[in-house]
Write a protein that binds this ligand. Structure first.
Ligand code: HEC
Length: 165
Protein backbone atom coordinates (compact mmCIF):
# COMPACT_ATOMS: atom_id res chain seq x y z
CA UNK A 1 0.00 0.00 0.00
CA UNK A 2 2.76 2.43 0.97
CA UNK A 3 4.66 1.60 -2.23
CA UNK A 4 1.56 2.20 -4.23
CA UNK A 5 1.18 5.79 -2.97
CA UNK A 6 4.85 6.60 -3.54
CA UNK A 7 4.56 5.16 -7.02
CA UNK A 8 1.57 7.39 -7.87
CA UNK A 9 3.29 10.49 -6.44
CA UNK A 10 6.42 9.75 -8.44
CA UNK A 11 4.37 9.37 -11.59
CA UNK A 12 2.64 12.66 -10.81
CA UNK A 13 5.95 14.46 -10.41
CA UNK A 14 7.23 13.09 -13.72
CA UNK A 15 4.01 14.19 -15.38
CA UNK A 16 4.39 17.73 -14.01
CA UNK A 17 7.98 17.90 -15.22
CA UNK A 18 6.80 16.78 -18.62
CA UNK A 19 4.12 19.47 -18.80
CA UNK A 20 6.55 22.16 -17.68
CA UNK A 21 9.04 21.06 -20.30
CA UNK A 22 6.45 21.22 -23.08
CA UNK A 23 5.43 24.67 -21.89
CA UNK A 24 8.50 26.20 -23.46
CA UNK A 25 11.61 27.82 -22.06
CA UNK A 26 10.30 28.18 -18.50
CA UNK A 27 13.80 28.35 -17.12
CA UNK A 28 14.87 31.11 -19.49
CA UNK A 29 12.30 33.52 -18.18
CA UNK A 30 9.24 31.75 -19.59
CA UNK A 31 6.60 34.06 -21.09
CA UNK A 32 8.26 37.13 -19.66
CA UNK A 33 11.48 36.28 -21.41
CA UNK A 34 9.60 35.92 -24.68
CA UNK A 35 7.84 39.29 -24.28
CA UNK A 36 11.13 41.05 -23.62
CA UNK A 37 12.73 39.39 -26.63
CA UNK A 38 9.77 40.47 -28.81
CA UNK A 39 9.99 44.02 -27.52
CA UNK A 40 13.64 44.13 -28.41
CA UNK A 41 12.98 43.00 -31.96
CA UNK A 42 10.11 45.44 -32.40
CA UNK A 43 12.07 48.38 -31.05
CA UNK A 44 14.83 47.76 -33.58
CA UNK A 45 12.28 47.33 -36.36
CA UNK A 46 10.45 50.53 -35.37
CA UNK A 47 13.64 52.51 -35.26
CA UNK A 48 14.73 51.28 -38.65
CA UNK A 49 11.34 52.20 -40.05
CA UNK A 50 11.46 55.67 -38.49
CA UNK A 51 14.86 56.34 -40.04
CA UNK A 52 13.59 55.12 -43.41
CA UNK A 53 10.54 57.40 -43.18
CA UNK A 54 12.68 60.40 -42.31
CA UNK A 55 14.88 59.71 -45.33
CA UNK A 56 11.85 59.50 -47.59
CA UNK A 57 10.40 62.70 -46.21
CA UNK A 58 13.70 64.52 -46.71
CA UNK A 59 13.79 63.33 -50.31
CA UNK A 60 10.23 64.57 -50.88
CA UNK A 61 11.14 67.96 -49.41
CA UNK A 62 14.20 68.23 -51.65
CA UNK A 63 12.15 67.36 -54.70
CA UNK A 64 9.48 69.89 -53.71
CA UNK A 65 11.89 72.76 -53.24
CA UNK A 66 13.60 71.93 -56.53
CA UNK A 67 10.21 72.04 -58.25
CA UNK A 68 9.35 75.30 -56.59
CA UNK A 69 12.58 76.89 -57.73
CA UNK A 70 11.78 75.82 -61.28
CA UNK A 71 8.24 77.19 -61.05
CA UNK A 72 9.77 80.63 -60.54
CA UNK A 73 8.65 81.01 -56.95
CA UNK A 74 10.45 83.41 -54.68
CA UNK A 75 13.86 81.89 -54.11
CA UNK A 76 16.37 82.55 -51.37
CA UNK A 77 18.12 85.89 -51.00
CA UNK A 78 19.44 87.89 -48.11
CA UNK A 79 17.10 89.90 -45.91
CA UNK A 80 17.80 92.04 -42.86
CA UNK A 81 17.70 90.64 -39.35
CA UNK A 82 14.92 93.13 -38.56
CA UNK A 83 12.73 91.84 -41.38
CA UNK A 84 13.49 88.26 -40.44
CA UNK A 85 12.56 88.67 -36.80
CA UNK A 86 9.62 91.10 -37.12
CA UNK A 87 7.92 90.32 -40.43
CA UNK A 88 8.94 86.97 -41.87
CA UNK A 89 6.79 84.84 -39.56
CA UNK A 90 3.65 86.15 -41.28
CA UNK A 91 4.88 87.39 -44.67
CA UNK A 92 7.45 84.67 -45.40
CA UNK A 93 11.25 84.82 -45.29
CA UNK A 94 11.29 86.36 -48.74
CA UNK A 95 7.98 88.20 -48.66
CA UNK A 96 6.18 85.48 -50.60
CA UNK A 97 3.43 85.23 -48.00
CA UNK A 98 3.97 81.50 -47.79
CA UNK A 99 6.30 78.93 -46.35
CA UNK A 100 6.89 75.43 -47.70
CA UNK A 101 3.94 75.89 -50.01
CA UNK A 102 1.57 76.84 -47.22
CA UNK A 103 -0.18 80.23 -47.03
CA UNK A 104 0.91 82.27 -44.04
CA UNK A 105 -1.20 84.79 -42.18
CA UNK A 106 0.26 87.82 -43.97
CA UNK A 107 -0.01 88.86 -47.61
CA UNK A 108 2.55 88.55 -50.37
CA UNK A 109 4.78 91.60 -50.17
CA UNK A 110 7.28 90.53 -52.80
CA UNK A 111 6.98 92.62 -55.94
CA UNK A 112 5.20 95.57 -54.36
CA UNK A 113 6.84 98.98 -54.71
CA UNK A 114 8.54 100.67 -51.77
CA UNK A 115 6.21 103.67 -52.00
CA UNK A 116 3.09 101.51 -51.94
CA UNK A 117 4.41 99.46 -49.03
CA UNK A 118 5.33 102.60 -47.13
CA UNK A 119 1.86 104.04 -47.64
CA UNK A 120 0.27 100.77 -46.45
CA UNK A 121 2.44 100.75 -43.34
CA UNK A 122 1.66 104.39 -42.55
CA UNK A 123 -2.05 103.68 -43.07
CA UNK A 124 -1.90 100.77 -40.67
CA UNK A 125 -0.06 102.81 -38.11
CA UNK A 126 -2.45 105.73 -38.27
CA UNK A 127 -5.49 103.47 -38.31
CA UNK A 128 -6.63 104.69 -41.75
CA UNK A 129 -6.36 101.10 -42.76
CA UNK A 130 -7.70 98.90 -40.04
CA UNK A 131 -5.84 95.81 -39.03
CA UNK A 132 -5.32 94.89 -35.41
CA UNK A 133 -2.30 92.74 -36.08
CA UNK A 134 -0.36 95.18 -38.23
CA UNK A 135 -1.33 98.15 -36.09
CA UNK A 136 -0.17 96.54 -32.87
CA UNK A 137 3.02 95.49 -34.56
CA UNK A 138 3.85 98.94 -35.90
CA UNK A 139 3.16 100.77 -32.65
CA UNK A 140 6.77 100.50 -31.56
CA UNK A 141 8.12 101.53 -34.97
CA UNK A 142 8.45 105.13 -36.16
CA UNK A 143 8.20 106.58 -39.66
CA UNK A 144 11.90 106.05 -40.34
CA UNK A 145 11.61 102.38 -39.44
CA UNK A 146 8.63 101.98 -41.74
CA UNK A 147 10.51 103.70 -44.55
CA UNK A 148 13.39 101.27 -44.05
CA UNK A 149 11.13 98.23 -44.10
CA UNK A 150 9.29 99.50 -47.17
CA UNK A 151 12.55 100.25 -48.99
CA UNK A 152 13.97 96.85 -48.12
CA UNK A 153 10.90 94.89 -49.21
CA UNK A 154 10.63 97.02 -52.35
CA UNK A 155 14.13 95.85 -53.16
CA UNK A 156 13.35 92.14 -52.85
CA UNK A 157 12.85 91.46 -56.59
CA UNK A 158 16.17 93.16 -57.40
CA UNK A 159 17.89 91.13 -54.68
CA UNK A 160 16.41 87.95 -56.04
CA UNK A 161 17.61 88.54 -59.58
CA UNK A 162 21.03 89.56 -58.28
CA UNK A 163 21.11 86.26 -56.42
CA UNK A 164 20.25 84.30 -59.56
CA UNK A 165 22.88 85.93 -61.77
C1 HEC B 1 1.45 88.50 -36.91
C2 HEC B 1 1.48 88.49 -38.36
C3 HEC B 1 2.12 89.63 -39.10
C4 HEC B 1 3.39 90.14 -38.90
C5 HEC B 1 4.43 89.69 -37.89
C6 HEC B 1 3.55 91.19 -39.89
N1 HEC B 1 2.43 91.29 -40.65
FE1 HEC B 1 2.16 92.56 -42.18
N2 HEC B 1 0.28 91.87 -42.45
C7 HEC B 1 -0.32 90.88 -41.71
C8 HEC B 1 -1.67 90.68 -42.18
C9 HEC B 1 -2.67 89.66 -41.62
C10 HEC B 1 -1.87 91.61 -43.22
C11 HEC B 1 -3.12 91.82 -44.06
C12 HEC B 1 -3.90 92.91 -43.44
C13 HEC B 1 -5.05 93.38 -44.29
O1 HEC B 1 -5.16 92.96 -45.44
O2 HEC B 1 -5.78 94.23 -43.81
C14 HEC B 1 -0.62 92.33 -43.36
C15 HEC B 1 -0.42 93.32 -44.30
C16 HEC B 1 0.78 93.98 -44.51
C17 HEC B 1 1.01 94.96 -45.56
C18 HEC B 1 0.01 95.40 -46.60
C19 HEC B 1 0.30 94.57 -47.81
C20 HEC B 1 -0.82 94.42 -48.78
O3 HEC B 1 -0.61 93.72 -49.77
O4 HEC B 1 -1.89 95.00 -48.56
C21 HEC B 1 2.30 95.36 -45.43
C22 HEC B 1 3.03 96.38 -46.30
C23 HEC B 1 2.88 94.65 -44.32
N3 HEC B 1 1.93 93.82 -43.78
C24 HEC B 1 4.17 94.79 -43.90
C25 HEC B 1 4.70 94.18 -42.78
C26 HEC B 1 6.02 94.43 -42.26
C27 HEC B 1 7.03 95.39 -42.87
C28 HEC B 1 6.16 93.65 -41.17
C29 HEC B 1 7.37 93.60 -40.21
C30 HEC B 1 7.73 94.87 -39.61
C31 HEC B 1 4.93 92.87 -41.02
N4 HEC B 1 4.06 93.23 -42.00
C32 HEC B 1 4.71 91.94 -40.02
C33 HEC B 1 0.26 90.14 -40.70
C34 HEC B 1 1.53 90.37 -40.19
Amino acid sequence: MKHGIVGILTLGIFALMGITFMGGPAYHGGEHGKVIADLGDNAVANQTQAIQEKDDRQKEMDKLSALREKAGNVGAFKVSQAYKSKCSSCHGVNGSGEQNGKKLMGTKLFGQSADKLFKDLMDFKSGRRENMIMRGLLMSLDEDDLRKFADEIGEFPARKSAQNN
